[in-house]
Every structure is written in structure tokens, then in C-alpha cells.
Design a protein around this ligand. Structure first.
Ligand code: MG
Length: 224
């Protein structure tokens, strides 16, 4: 059976930082927030990390915006799929994996509608065998079931083993382990983590693809 490799979406295949910078530039322009605003907004994003509520509360406070932080957040969610793109080289790397006989899938947490909009807009849908989005399936990473759904959509199953590549240690790496997959953790350097939890640690998704290709299908199942 063709070996399986699953990828997380946000900050693994997709460059959310550039998308946030684009949104910040649009907001600054639209509200006439001044020449420094876009940079300040991206700095607030970096500071807040995964805590989006904190980020939007910070933006609202810093610029004295009238609408509640939740409204800003909602507008951002609607706009993001149009601003987001893959990291350079991602589409080519996925095409090469498939040409090399791999089954390639996506397992992502998030809204079914919005994550699918991102997958389609970036052309990833044509480059993968299947995907599983938590919002559509009613089950979230790190639950093994979401990985199992993604594997099935790729025409295989978790019993055959495989790989998971992602940037979140709690959902992607721990989830991979629960699902019996080998893991590659993309360390963006934003939070302290015990690197030993992942089978491999890399700094960028393309390095993760290289690890997977070099290691092959990992006959014998996941590393322990
Ligand atoms: Mg991610």
C-alpha cells in the first residue's frame, strides 16, 4: 500500500503570518491608523501567539476601535481565506511526494467552511488525496479519529502507519502519537516544548517533507 503522510494546514502548509500582515495593512489603510499601524498589529499578533482573543482585544485597545474585539475577529476570519497562501515550495513538494508514490492528506482543526475555502483557494485540493476538517467532522485533533478519517479519505488506514507533519505539539504531535503515526514537528520557535515528544524536529515544512521522503514509509509502524 502507498505510504501515507498527513499535514496540518495553518502555519504548516499555509503562511498565516504573511496573511495576518496583509490583513493588518488593509485595516491600517481602511481606518487611517497611520504608517506605523500595520507593523504594530503584526507585533501584537506575534506577542499573542495562538491566543487570538488576546490579539484582537489588543488591536482594539491600541487603536481605540469602536467595534467589539469579537467583531474584528469575525471580519478577520471572513477575510483570511482570501489573503492566505502556501509557503513557497509547498505545492511543488506535495506534487513530488505524490509522484513518488505517497498518499498525501490534510488533517486540520477549524471551521469546515473556512478551512475548505483555504484548501481550495490555494490549490491544495488538487495536490492531495483527501482531507479531514474538525469543524466538518465533529472531532478535533489530537483525537485519533480525525487522523483516521483523513487516512480513509486518502484510501488507506492508520493500521498501515504513516507520518504526520505539523507545528502544534499538543494537537499535531501528540495526536500523531495517539493515531500511531510518526511525527515531524515544525518548530517555529514560539513556545518552549520538549522536543523529545516528536520523532523529528525541523524548522520548516520543506525540511519536514525531506525527512519523510528520506525515512520512507517507516516499515514496522510508528517510532516509539
Ligand atoms: Mg498549525
Amino acid at each position: 500500500m502507498s505510504p501515507l503522510v498527513l499535514f496540518d494546514l495553518d502555519r504548516t502548509l499555509l503562511d498565516l503570518d504573511t496573511a495576518v500582515a496583509g490583513w493588518a495593512a488593509e485595516l491600517a489603510e481602511e481606518r487611517k491608523l497611520g504608517p506605523e499601524a500595520a507593523g504594530l498589529i503584526t507585533a501584537l499578533d506575534a506577542e499573542a501567539g495562538a491566543d487570538r482573543a488576546r490579539f484582537f482585544a489588543g488591536v482594539r485597545r491600541r487603536f481605540g476601535l469602536a467595534e467589539p474585539a469579537d467583531e474584528l475577529w469575525e471580519a478577520f476570519r471572513r477575510r483570511l481565506p482570501s489573503l492566505v497562501d502556501c509557503y513557497p515550495g509547498v505545492r511543488e513538494a506535495l506534487a513530488e511526494l505524490r509522484a513518488g508514490g505517497w498518499r498525501v492528506g490534510i488533517a486540520t482543526n477549524g471551521s469546515g467552511e473556512r478551512q475548505l475555502a483555504k484548501i481550495r483557494r490555494t490549490g491544495l485540493d488538487a495536490l492531495i488525496d483527501g482531507y479531514a476538517i474538525s469543524g466538518a467532522e465533529g472531532v478535533h485533533k489530537p483525537a485519533a479519529e480525525l487522523f483516521a478519517i483523513a487516512a480513509r479519505r486518502c484510501g488507506t488506514d492508520l493500521a498501515a502507519g504513516g507520518w504526520m507533519v505539523g507545528d502544534d505539539p499538543a494537537t499535531d504531535v501528540a495526536g500523531a502519537r495517539a493515531a500511531g503515526l510518526r511525527s515531524v514537528w515544525i518548530d517555529h520557535g514560539v513556545r518552549p516544548v520538549d522536543a523529545n515528544v516528536a520523532d523529528h524536529v525541523v524548522g520548516h515544512v520543506l525540511a519536514g517533507v525531506s525527512v519523510v521522503r528520506e525515512a520512507g514509509s517507516g516499515a514496522g509502524g510508528p517510532a516509539t
